[in-house]
Design a protein around this ligand. Structure first.
Ligand code: AMP
Ligand code: GLY
Length: 424
């Protein structure tokens, strides 16, 4: 098979790495990819949301399958674009339909879906600029902290958690009236605060059947001890040590199964990943968000643990035969540590040469924001590399990642030294 993978981050490098282990994958293109994907596959300089160019490319190269990494093309409707075009509707797209992608594209859509299908989630209401006063009144009925969520995609920045009522009202007005997050905040979901520990659950579904992939926990804050600004994720651990059989059973029966059944009942086509963000409140899992893609850096720990042939799994997804394949998981722990550019998630520079990668031993270096310049690998983003290792437990795996990170260098390199600090 010839496969086209869309995206350019650490997630895509990890997906590419895993797909290339399949004997079925003869050729892999990544659009646009990064330096890491260029070493193992063929990068193509096409934007993942330039559907017309993607169509020309898949026809020219006889692509057999398109795998979508990030949410943007999904929310823009790449699945439907292929489905509705006779020239390319025979090519499966791994990802949900445009309606399905609304689970991530609209917080309100996701909340309505959760309530409709009786899936445990925080109480909420949603507001627009016309109902901003009602929103302020609603805030008064809640206990702090207050959770405000921009309805649309806001590059992971659209959730505000505020302790002060007056500040929450001001921010609600900023979002609704002053377009703090552009059109993404023309609607805002206000949600009850859930106090508990976070966990992410990953599902691969063909719209009828599903497979639960390994759990993972990521570390979103830039600073040690989970302090400072939110980032895309500074590290991840899989499996999550506290996700025992009892909790996983609850997650499956109360959340995963009703989600897939709900998609089917609502006639929503969905052939791809579902990333379910959970908060465990006193042992009970509650959904805080859906994403319609894999997480980054969670993919960098989840994919290496999947022993089954990923391309075969994708084919089963495309043919709605996921019930006919098995999913084998490596029982060892995997951890990844993100190495970022100093200044991230605020301003940072790009173009620093990365050295030392050839000395890395017994870890996998997934590239995130990197590119090749005159034969050298240079930084090209805030999150630069994800260093993944295996161990018999997560402590052993983390130690290995840190030992290898010590061999890497670029100007203003930063990473958190406490990934996994809160786990037993
Ligand atoms: P989201 O973009 O929906 O993942 O939200 C970003 C972060 O906000 C999550 O990872 C949680 O840490 C936090 N969060 C979201 N919703 C809630 C909630 N209802 N209660 C507590 N924390 C939340
Ligand atoms: N690491 C969180 C995300 O991918 O959304």
């Amino acid at each position: 098979m010839t496969i086209l993978l869309l995206g350019s981050g650490g997630r895509e490098h990890a997906l590419a790495y895993k797909m290339l282990k399949s004997p079925t994958c003869n050729q892999l293109f990544v659009a646009p990819g990064n330096a890491g994907t260029s070493f193992i596959a063929t990068n193509v300089s096409i934007s993942p949301i330039d559907f017309d160019s993607i169509k020309d490319f898949v026809l020219k190269e006889n692509i057999d399958m398109v795998v979508v990494g990030p949410e943007d093309p999904l929310v823009h409707g790449i699945y439907d674009f292929f489905k509705n075009d006779k020239a390319i509707n025979h090519i499966p797209v791994i990802g949900p339909s445009k309606v399905g992608a609304q689970l991530e594209g609209s917080k309100e859509f996701a909340k309505e879906f959760l309530i409709k299908h009786k899936i445990p989630t925080a109480a909420y209401d949603s507001f627009t600029s016309e109902s901003v006063e009602r929103g302020c009144n609603f805030l008064e009925t809640l206990q702090p902290p207050y959770v405000l969520k921009a309805d649309g995609l806001a590059a992971g920045k659209g959730v505000l958690i505020l302790n002060d009522l007056a500040e929450a009202k001001t921010e609600l007005r900023n979002m609704l009236v002053h377009a703090k997050f552009g059109t993404a905040s023309s609607k805002v979901v206000i949600e009850e605060f859930l106090d508990g520990i976070e966990l992410s659950c990953f599902v691969l579904t063909d719209g009828k059947n599903y497979k639960m992939l390994p759990t993972a926990k990521d570390y979103k804050r830039i600073g040690e001890g989970d302090t400072g600004l939110n980032t895309g994720g500074m590290g991840a651990v899989s499996p999550v040590p506290f996700a025992d059989e009892v909790l996983l059973e609850k997650i499956e029966t109360r959340i995963v199964k009703p989600t897939v059944d709900g998609l089917q009942k609502d006639g929503i086509e969905y052939k791809g990943f579902i990333f379910i963000g959970l908060i465990i409140v006193k042992g009970e899992p509650m959904v805080i968000e859906y994403n319609v893609r894999m997480g980054d850096p969670e993919t960098e720990v989840v994919m290496p643990r999947i022993q089954s042939d990923l391309v075969e799994l994708f084919q089963a997804v495309a043919n709605q035969k996921l019930d006919e394949v098995t999913l084998e998981i490596d029982p060892r722990s995997a951890t990844t540590i993100m190495v970022v550019s100093g200044g991230y998630p605020e301003d940072y520079n790009k173009g620093f040469e990365i050295t030392g990668m050839e000395y890395v031993d017994d870890s996998i270096v997934f590239h995130a924001g990197t590119k090749l310049e005159n034969g050298k690998v240079v930084t090209n983003g805030g999150r630069v590399l994800a260093v993944t290792s295996f161990g018999n437990n997560f402590q052993e795996a983390i130690k290995k990642s840190y030992q290898n990170i010590d061999k890497l260098h670029f100007d203003k390199m930063y990473f958190r030294k406490d990934i996994g600090f809160d786990l037993a």
